[in-house]
Design a protein around this ligand. Structure first.
Ligand code: ZN
Length: 735
């Protein structure tokens, strides 16, 4: 029998030898040990004796450890007893699972004696502290709480500009209903969490991984009830992630728990769903019939199919990529991406799960997370089958293409460019959606300023010369070029393209896909084109001297040649061509226009809000000092999924060489700085910075987002006409 000072520990294991060893070890160290040889027997013993701690074997015939723990959680009297799992394998996944089921920790068999004793002692101590905390009454400070919360409601109403009805709901809101009533005041739970974080100046945590959870700090039932969880901090300590910091009692408890009576523990605000999902992972087993949506169905099928295999051995057979759920999953991921207008799909093996991210409007966002992690193998294999790649080759990167029409049950017709790369946790797949039938946007809708649009239209109707579009990948170069071709296309002119890949199908235009593997390069295709009497040629990209030479030759022999280059701005493009080995006089004779471009995020027109900029900001965006002007910033609403931005808008820098510049190109050692200065001061060129600021002043873009995309050192390159137009004084140095 246990003496009053002894702690009682229940050991559960189907192996009698193990039980006897642990029993003796515990008894020798001053504990009262009880034993049970099965799950059923363990439950009976618990109900009778209410032990202080349970050491629970996971793999047992009949009722296994997971089930015992789940039963325990349903019993109010037993749910606070710390349970330590004893498992045969150490997997991060087991850790997450243990926590989800309500265990405080887990031990890996065979367990060294000192580790076992140390864990037992530490969790008993934690339990005792919890009991003490529960007995000391929480000092109630409802007035402080009420003040904070009512300030928060005021803050929320200035952000939401509520209707009279939502204003009423808002004023009746209590701290407890914060998330239940979120929809009623017109925001999602995620937006609400962001507002809370903003208001309290706490960091917002969009997502965390189950393995970041610090085990054994807070009892799982407490976490579940109060939607709080302890996370391992990068600094070696831990922080609490919670969704409702207005819960005064909870905060007080956490403060005392950390043992710092006055200091606030490190808090992070997160969406309540993020915490709930830690526990739902396992609850799914009991509520199979509740899952309805198609993705949920597929996930469920996958889980059933692979969970068992994962628990025993790691391998999922290669043949599995043809299994029904995997086929459905691959299709669903692609269809989802297409439906939300994503440009790219990233399928990534992380340490313990598979993450699917979608790039929408240039920004990657997590779309799905799957477990088990071993799903990556059949999923990648399936995608390889769809794109005719070698499914056995997993160590080398591969490139391919999916003609989705062949696989889509919904008649969707688009292609995907596929690239696989081996990473440390498995193969990663990136797919770019090539929607050949997407409507070509007209030039006037690309965001060109009136001045730029006029200039651009004038040059693309010139009979010969070279037009270059430059900017990083994803800056919208191809979109602009296709729009240009569409605008100049008539039955009277012959337009031929050389592309890699063909991103759009253009009716009435001859398009060629290059094939480097058989020697059909840009340069070779271009040479053959010159014998076919085209009027306009589009070359996908110039990246070597040979292609550049042929392009210049085409431009100088009566053709309009359009192409792209990977340079950052218009001026450096000219220098790049010279560096590639093209004679400066040929460059100067052939180029008629260089357009550098970027895509900026467009403020959501539904929810953007006005504000008065500071004098410093006015200067940055090019507004006269003390001018009365409002700018716009992002807010977030349902239309834009709480992001505050929706779609993108192009910003441009157009360089048209004049005679003076052509002359100076001939001088040796010309730099891009000189070209840029000539273009701005003599030619009146608007740089990317100032074109972007025009969009900021028009309320299309935010200052913050824009400043992160353009070069601030361009602030001083303003064409003379701009000072006049904006009513600004010209700096003396320029006069
Ligand atoms: Zn919005």
């Amino acid at each position: 029998m246990a003496t009053p000072t002894q702690s009682t520990i229940l050991c559960v294991d189907d192996d009698k030898v193990t039980l006897r060893v642990i029993e003796r070890l515990l008894a020798n160290n001053g504990y009262a040990a009880l034993t049970a040889e099965s799950g059923e027997q363990a439950l009976q013993t618990m109900q009778k004796t209410k032990p202080d701690l349970i050491l629970l074997d996971v793999m047992m015939p009949g009722m296994d450890g997971y089930e015992v723990c789940a039963k325990l959680q349903q019993d109010k009297d037993l749910s606070y007893i710390p349970v330590i799992f004893s498992t045969a394998r150490e997997e991060e996944e087991d850790k997450a699972r243990a926590f989800a089921l309500g265990a405080v920790d887990y031990l890996v068999k065979p367990t060294p004696k000192d580790v076992l004793l140390q864990k037992v002692a530490s969790h008993l101590k934690t339990k005792a502290r919890w009991q003490d905390l529960g007995q000391t009454s929480t000092p109630r400070r409802p007035e402080a709480q009420a003040a904070d919360f009512s300030q928060f409601k005021t803050f929320l109403s200035t952000r939401l500009s509520p209707t009279p009805k939502t204003r009423e709901t808002l004023s009746a809101l209590t701290p407890v209903q914060l998330y239940q009533q979120a929809a009623a005041v017109g925001v999602s739970a995620t937006e609400m969490a962001r507002y809370v974080a903003d208001f309290l100046h706490l960091p917002y945590l969009p997502l965390f991984r189950p393995e970041e959870v610090a085990l054994g700090i807070l009892p799982p039932p407490f976490c579940k009830k109060n939607l709080v969880v302890a996370l391992n901090d990068t600094g070696g300590g831990y922080a609490f992630a919670l969704s409702n910091p207005f819960n005064w009692e909870l905060i007080q408890l956490l403060k005392r728990w950390k043992g710092q009576s006055s200091a606030t523990p490190k808090l992070l605000v997160t969406d309540p769903q993020n915490i709930m999902s830690l526990f739902e992972q396992e609850a799914v087993r009991d509520t199979e019939n509740l899952r309805k949506s198609s993705m949920a169905d597929i996930e469920e099928q996958l889980r059933k199919r692979y969970q068992a295999e994962v628990e025993t051995i790691q391998t999922v057979g290669d043949a599995a990529e043809e299994s029904e759920p995997v086929i459905l999953l691959a299709n669903q991921l692609i269809e989802d991406a297409y439906g939300m207008g994503a440009s790219d799909i990233h399928i990534e093996p992380w340490e313990n799960e598979v993450i699917v991210r979608y790039r929408v409007d240039g920004v990657l966002r997590i779309g799905h997370r799957f477990r088990p992690q071993s799903l990556i193998r059949p999923l990648v294999s399936r995608i390889k089958v769809m794109s005719d790649l070698d499914i056995v080759e997993r160590r080398l990167p591969q490139d391919g293409r999916i003609v989705f029409k062949k696989f889509s049950g919904k008649g969707l017709d688009f292609d995907l460019r596929v690239a696989t790369t081996p990473m440390n946790f498995g193969e990663k797949v990136v797919m770019r959606i090539l929607d050949k039938n997407k409507a070509i946007i007209s030039l006037s809708n690309l965001g060109f300023s009136p001045r730029h649009l006029q200039l651009y239209r004038e040059k693309i109707t010139t009979p010969y010369g070279m037009i270059l579009h430059v900017g990083p990948t994803g800056s919208g170069k191809s979109t602009t070029l296709y729009s240009a071709l569409k605008e100049i296309q008539t039955p009277e002119i012959n337009i031929q393209t050389i592309e890699d890949p063909i991103e759009y199908t253009l009716p009435g235009i001859n398009q060629m896909q290059i094939h480097r593997e058989i020697g059909l390069t840009f340069q070779r295709a271009l040479r053959s084109y010159l014998r076919q009497d085209p009027d306009v040629i589009l070359v996908g990209e110039i990246r070597d001297r040979e292609t550049a030479e042929s392009a210049v030759e085409a431009a100088l022999t009566g053709h309009l040649l359009l192409s792209t280059l990977h340079t950052n701005d218009a001026a450096s493009t000219i220098v790049r061509l010279i560096e590639m080995g093209i004679e400066p006089f040929l460059v100067s004779a052939s180029i008629i226009l260089v357009c550098a471009q970027r895509l900026l995020r467009r403020l959501c027109p539904e929810c953007r809000e006005t504000y008065q900029p500071t004098e410093e900001e006015k200067q940055l965006v090019g507004v006269a000092p003390h001018a009365d002007i409002s700018l716009y910033r992002p807010k977030g609403c349902r239309t834009c999924n709480g992001i505050g931005y929706k779609g993108r808008v192009g910003v441009h820098e157009i360089l048209v060489p004049d005679d003076a510049m052509r002359r100076s190109l001939g001088t040796s050692g010309i730099t891009s700085e000189v070209i840029k200065r000539l273009a701005v001061e003599n030619g009146g060129m608007t740089t990317l910075y100032w074109d972007a600021m025009e969009k900021v002043r028009a309320g299309l873009c935010s200052t913050e987002d824009t400043l992160s995309e353009v070069r601030k050192d361009e602030f001083d390159s303003r064409p003379p006409w701009m000072f006049e137009e904006l009513g600004l004084e010209r700096p003396h140095t320029l006069q």
